[in-house]
Unconditional design. Structure first.
Lengths: 201, 401
């Protein structure tokens, strides 16, 4: 039988480093469950994912992952405080209809919230927008605007401003350069292509 | 469950091969009887000296005796869930689209078992069975049956068949209740649970519909406090109960699509009579009539009572406590147009399992067929069932970034 091989991305690796073994993890917008599967295999976490699409839930079930089809805020409201050790919102935060409500709920049901997103403030994105005048396209934003859910062009500066305004403590951050691979060491809002945050109350 | 699940027309050129001989079908099957000849106590405290369960199996039990998949039927269903009894049968078993060689529940891999519930009337012991003490049918002297009693009787059957562990248990509607009860009552035995269009407890509305059905039966003078012979009994009451229940299994949209306001060709086209005028009326009357020829009115009372009494949370306090011992991996599937056991009740089951720290998933299919959607011929549904029952080999991660 052929083995199903999946590529581990750097943001997956970083999240994997941040996750404690044998903990309870919730992934908001889990998609086909690639990240959760990775965390189950490497950190033996007890995992559950939430997604809106039936096909994604089917993919998760096929992997043996617990997955829930439905609205993520409604889902979290069904759980007591700190039920999860970690809530993950990877490559999803830009699509949230009410980011404040989701992040607030996530910080209630989870001890830690991990957020990963594409930095729209990255200089190439700025130049690209200026020169091409078109919607950003990359491995996270794969579709044309007319095939996409509404998305917020979040930047690192915007996100940190949000955390400050909402009194959310940033426990850890990781900024990746434009290749989403090597670390970005200076002026992240300008030079980082991808950002990861660990948040707590 | 409705009686009119349309089977797909056979493919062109397939006329020469009867469907029961076609590849990918379980083919001709025969029911068998399991006789348990020890006293059996019901939850009510009442007991009987033994019982019979009629069942069917497809596929083969493996050497390790752990590839069994139990199918649990709904209120009016039975043990005949796949294949044909005779070549002349018009329709195969009620879940034939799901079960067979190469189908979602693959009988080449799994040993599939389906039994008529205790209290039923399709060959299993129930109120229409002969009471050994009187030599006459039990009638309402039959002990009150609970979903838990039905499950316990089926566990005895599985023990008899040599099943040491259930690979999975699948059920829709009431069948889902049995499946969940297997997980709570036999946690080590039950590895996987798949409940569709089900609930942990009926809503007031669902109980209300059952009560109207029971009243239709009990107010029929022929019911005679449950004392009637096989060919007599409350036929009018049972037919009305079925007509009304049938409406709750479908949806406004599906009835509208199927019948709309189309009228029957009446002899004189006279609108001013109470004869059947609309097609939907004729259809419901047909449903009622075909039901009384295959179902016992007292069984209908007992099983609907068991449905109403079922309350997973009530047994242990909360759903989470009820699920505390569960070891099964559970998949619950809700259907958007199900207004009898609506998606919300299916979601609550999954959420409670997750709060109890269990591995549970919830998926929802958009259909307009109502409660009976779980019988849908849908690749999406088959995909889910396959994912749950078979599971891919673990994905391997390429660590070279």
């Amino acid at each position: 039988m052929t083995k199903l091989v999946e590529k581990r991305t750097v943001d997956m690796e970083i999240i994997g480093d941040w996750v404690e073994p044998n903990t309870r993890v919730l992934d908001l917008g889990c998609g086909s469950g690639v990240l959760l599967d990775y965390l189950v295999q490497t950190k033996k976490v007890s995992a559950v994912g939430v997604d809106l699409e039936l096909a994604k839930i089917t993919a998760c079930v096929r992997r043996g992952l617990a997955a829930y089809q439905g609205d993520m805020t409604d889902f979290m409201r069904a759980f007591p405080d700190k039920h999860f050790d970690r809530v993950i919102c990877s490559r999803t935060v830009h699509e949230l209809g009410d980011p404040t409500a989701v992040i607030t709920e996530a910080l209630r049901v989870g001890r830690t919230l991990t957020v990963g997103f594409v930095n729209h403030g990255f200089w190439k994105n700025r130049v690209d927008t200026l020169l091409r005048g078109r919607k950003l396209r990359n491995p996270v934003y794969t579709t044309e605007w007319f095939e996409s859910r509404p998305a917020n062009p979040v930047t690192i500066a915007d996100f940190e401003h949000f955390c400050a305004a909402k009194n959310i403590h940033i426990a850890r951050r990781a900024h990746l350069a434009g290749d989403w691979h090597s670390p970005c060491r200076a002026l992240p809002n300008l030079f980082a292509g991808y950002a990861l945050y660990d948040l707590a109350r | 469950m409705t009686d009119d699940i349309d089977t797909l027309p056979s493919a062109p050129g397939a006329e020469t091969t009867p469907r029961h001989l076609a590849p990918g079908e379980v083919g001709l099957v025969a029911p068998r009887d399991f006789i348990y000849s020890h006293p059996f106590s019901f939850r009510s405290g009442q007991s009987i000296s033994g019982f019979q369960l009629r069942y069917e199996t497809y596929g083969t039990l493996n050497a390790t005796r752990d590839n069994a998949v139990l199918i649990c039927h709904a209120l009016s269903g039975d043990h005949h869930c796949a294949g044909w009894h005779t070549p002349a049968d018009k329709k195969p078993g009620w879940w034939n689209n799901l079960i067979g060689p190469g189908k979602a529940v693959d009988t080449r891999r799994f040993f599939v078992v389906c039994a008529n519930v205790l209290g039923g009337c399709q060959g299993s012991t129930g109120p229409s069975s002969s009471n050994p003490e009187t030599g006459r049918p039990y009638g309402i002297l039959f002990p009150f049956v609970t979903i838990g009693d039905m499950v316990r009787a089926q566990k005895l059957l599985l023990d008899h068949l040599g099943v040491v562990e259930l690979h999975g248990v699948i059920g829709g509607s009431m069948g889902g209740m049995l499946a969940l009860r297997f997980a709570t009552d036999y946690p080590r035995f039950t590895r996987r649970v798949l409940g569709m269009a089900t609930t942990g407890r009926e809503s007031a509305q669902a109980i209300a519909f059952n009560e109207v059905g029971r009243q239709a039966i009990m107010q029929d003078p022929a019911w005679n406090r449950g004392d009637y012979t096989k060919d007599a009994g409350p036929r009018v009451g049972l037919a009305i109960a079925r007509m009304m229940a049938h409406i709750t299994y479908v949806s406004d949209a599906s009835m509208d699509r199927k019948f709309g306001r189309r009228k029957k060709n009446t002899a004189n086209g006279d609108a001013y009579t109470f004869d059947v005028q609309f097609e939907v009326e004729g259809y419901l009357r047909h449903q009622g009539q075909s039901f009384i020829n295959r179902f016992d009115a007292n069984s209908y009372l007992y099983i609907t009572r068991a449905l109403d009494q079922f309350d997973l949370a009530h047994v242990d306090g909360t759903l989470e406590q009820a699920f505390a011992a569960v070891e099964a991996e559970t998949l619950i599937v809700g259907f958007t147009s199900d207004w009898l056991f609506p998606p919300e009740q299916n979601r609550q089951l999954t959420l409670a399992l997750l709060r109890a720290g269990k591995r549970a998933s919830y998926a929802e299919l958009s259909t307009d067929l109502g409660h009976d959607s779980f019988l849908l011929e849908s690749e999406e549904l088959y995909g889910l069932v396959r994912g749950w029952i078979e599971r891919d080999q673990p994905y391997v991660f390429d660590y070279a970034i």
